[in-house]
Ligand binder design. Structure first.
Ligand SMILES: Nc1ncnc2c1ncn2[C@@H]1O[C@H](COP(=O)(O)OP(=O)(O)OP(=O)(O)O)[C@@H](O)[C@H]1O
Length: 238
């Protein structure tokens, strides 16, 4: 059997001496993958591992057969990531430069044309020279989305990129993503948003609490309701 598109085996990550992912395996060819977990459960760390932005201390990571932490150029064509805060992603002052950057890193040909194409695809050709700091959060998130889509990665990791956006903007960007031909890995604490996904993984304290299909979202929702019904806040301690 060929290796799956997403192939993580017994991954372990420590940050500042603390284990944040422990023995996490995820092998999947599903088109829609949901990663569920509470605050601090390790979701963002896992997102960064999948995107190759976080080295693992132990275990193996391959996305589309690429060792994404080591082969950064290969990783750019294999996986893109959108964070909750677009400001943590944007490097350049103008939209056109920002869109060109990833393509140049990727070694793509005819970068100016591809930048023009992606802007035109979203009806934003007038943004080419726009100053990013003048854009709204939703507009900045659209720039990040365009930057990712321009590179046509096989996998896109969404680390709650729509959490800070108003409802129509979030709906619009979500629709754009649903329409594209890429595997989506959605990080969330909201089970309803991934209830119909084919593959779900539930992280708790950096470990896999459960893995499977819709039953995982149901079990997670039940557990969260139970915790929420109690008054015990000790689970928030660091
Ligand atoms: N840069 C960092 N350095 C050290 N520890 C970190 C760092 N980032 C996160 N951590 C720790 O790693 C653990 C997992 O954090 P992570 O951000 O992966 O969780 P999360 O599930 O995405 O949380 P949230 O939903 O609150 O964003 C937490 O205990 C956190 O304190």
């Amino acid at each position: 059997m060929p290796d799956p598109l997403i192939d993580l085996d017994a991954v372990r990550v420590s940050r500042e001496g603390r284990v944040t992912l422990d023995d996490v395996s995820l092998r999947s060819d599903a088109r829609r993958i949901g990663v569920l977990g509470r605050n601090g459960s390790g979701k963002t760390t896992l997102a960064r591992v999948i995107a190759g932005l976080q080295e693992v201390e132990d275990g193996r990571v391959r996305i589309a057969g690429i060792d994404v932490a080591r082969d950064r150029r290969g990783a750019l064509g294999a996986v893109g990531i959108l964070f909750q805060n677009p400001d943590s992603q944007i490097i350049f002052p103008a939209v056109g430069e920002e869109l060109a950057f990833g393509l140049t890193q990727l070694g793509a040909g005819d970068v100016p044309n591809r930048v023009a194409e992606i802007l035109a695809q979203f009806g934003r050709s007038d943004w080419h020279d726009a100053a990013i700091h003048r854009l709204s959060q939703g507009q900045k998130q659209l720039v990040c989305l365009m930057a990712v889509l321009a590179m046509a990665p096989r996998v896109i990791v969404l680390d709650e990129p729509f959490a800070g956006l108003d409802i129509p903007t979030a709906m619009h960007l979500r629709r754009v993503l649903e329409g594209i031909d890429a595997t989506l890995v959605q990080i969330t604490h909201d089970p309803a948003s991934v209830a119909d996904y084919e593959a779900l993984i539930w992280l708790d304290g950096g470990r896999v609490q459960a893995q499977g299909g819709a039953e995982v979202a149901r079990a997670y929702a039940e557990r969260m309701a139970q915790i929420g019904a109690g008054d015990d806040l000790t689970h928030l301690s660091g």
